[in-house]
Design a protein around this ligand. Structure first.
Ligand code: MTE
Ligand code: MO
Length: 379
């Protein structure tokens, strides 16, 4: 799609990169409601947006399946053939809040060319589609015993180190089997999937990093090993903080899959001046991947010495695979520069590392530490 089309479909984004297009949702839009409007949902692309004729598309299913097949969109959308599901799912790019890691130390890696995301590379929508597990079973007769991973390939291409690749990643078969919320989806918030979000078909892997939710899906392979695609093998890896340019190899990192618990303060914004009467209103999001939900959100007016619990009535409802938006009034006496922070607990009692430095990693992914902002309080 042209830049003009992007601007028309996504008029109010914080644009990070023109090509490949990457844009994040403005904080005031993110806080509006539990479901993010399609025109406001963040976009993360590795390459161009391919044009796909829905009527001509045949999705091929191959590899370690009982019967390799090709299915049309018409077949897939036929509810007498495949059971349909409609689910609320939060997609979060593992680069969300990367800016905080860059401020600590930008590293030397490939990821320097990656988007310096803030708190807006996350969004929630209702997706309609068919559980991938059902597609594998009904269309391809199931997988062979050797199958361990399901590869999801997109029709878009991108350029890396002299080669052109299709976007290709994989998800453990065990996840596909256990999680009915791993979908092949064609609808987003009751509307056809927008071009920029993968029209006509995308994968939505609930609870996982956004990277596994392949857009413009046209090929599915059952494999014994994870996809050989560079997005799977060379990107979205989590390294220990000691690694730098001189000694890193891809095998030092492990694949980032489920998103851990994390949160963000969206209002007030960092470095703002607030004139108030003893209370400051805070708003933000809290999310946990992997099928956990957010149990508790706590905020601190003093860098994390004293914590106040956000009243659950001031949070959107508990939800597997979706965020909770929250707001609260924080008592504040002090004048001058203060550090506000937020931390979240999920249903498995996981919480967030205290400081960014405890979460820093060479590829600058998964900034899940307690989110901190500085505000100037005038009381
Ligand atoms: N699928 C394809 N085919 N190409 C891509 O570049 N980017 C991935 C994923 N699926 C990508 C893709 C990444 S890293 C993220 S975070 C999500 O899509 C973002 O989905 P969205 O653009 O719909 O918000
Ligand atoms: Mo991402």
């Amino acid at each position: 799609v042209s830049w003009e089309t992007v601007l028309k479909e996504k008029p109010n984004m914080t644009h990070l990169l023109q090509f490949p297009y990457n844009g994040e949702t403005k904080f005031e839009d993110l806080m509006k409601e539990k479901l993010t409007d399609n025109s406001l949902h963040f976009v993360r692309n590795h390459g161009g947006v391919p044009y796909i004729d829905e009527d001509a598309l045949e999705i091929s299913i191959g590899g370690l399946v009982k019967q390799p097949v090709k299915i049309t969109m018409k077949d897939l959308k036929d509810s007498t053939k495949f059971p349909q599901a409609e689910v609320t799912i939060t997609l979060q790019c593992s680069g969300t809040r990367r800016r905080e890691q860059i401020e600590q130390y930008p590293g030397d890696g490939d990821e320097l060319i990656n988007a310096p995301w803030g708190e807006g590379a996350i969004g929630t929508a209702v997706y309609k589609g068919v559980p991938l597990k059902q597609v594998l079973k009904i269309a391809a007769g199931g997988v062979l015993p050797e199958c361990q991973h399901i590869e999801l390939i997109g029709a878009d291409t991108y350029f890396k180190k002299g080669e052109v690749y299709n976007y290709a990643v994989s998800v453990p078969y065990r996840t596909v089997l256990m999680n009915e919320r791993v979908l092949l989806a064609w609808e987003m918030n009751g509307k056809p999937l927008p071009k920029i979000h993968g029209f006509p078909l995308r994968a939505v892997v609930a609870g996982y990093i956004g990277a596994r939710s392949t857009k413009w899906l046209y090929k599915i392979n059952a494999l014994a090993e994870p996809s050989m695609g560079p997005v799977q093998r060379q990107e979205y890896l989590y390294y220990t903080p000691q690694l730098g340019k001189q000694n890193v190899t891809y095998s030092n990192g492990f694949s980032i899959q489920d998103m851990p618990v994390s949160s963000a303060i969206l209002s007030p914004t960092d470095k703002s001046v607030i004139i108030h009467d003893g209370h400051i209103e805070l708003q933000g999001w809290a999310y946990s991947g992997g099928g956990n939900w957010v149990e508790r959100v706590e905020v601190s007016p003093d860098g994390g010495h004293v914590w106040y619990q956000v009243d659950p009535d001031d949070m959107t409802e508990k939800h597997y695979y979706a965020w909770r938006l929250w707001k609260t009034k924080l008592p504040v006496d002090a004048e001058g520069w203060l550090e506000f922070c937020v931390r979240t607990w999920d249903s498995s009692c996981n919480t967030e590392p205290t400081f960014v430095r405890s979460a820093w990693n060479w590829d600058l992914h998964v900034t899940s530490s307690a989110h901190r902002i500085k505000v100037y309080s005038v009381n």
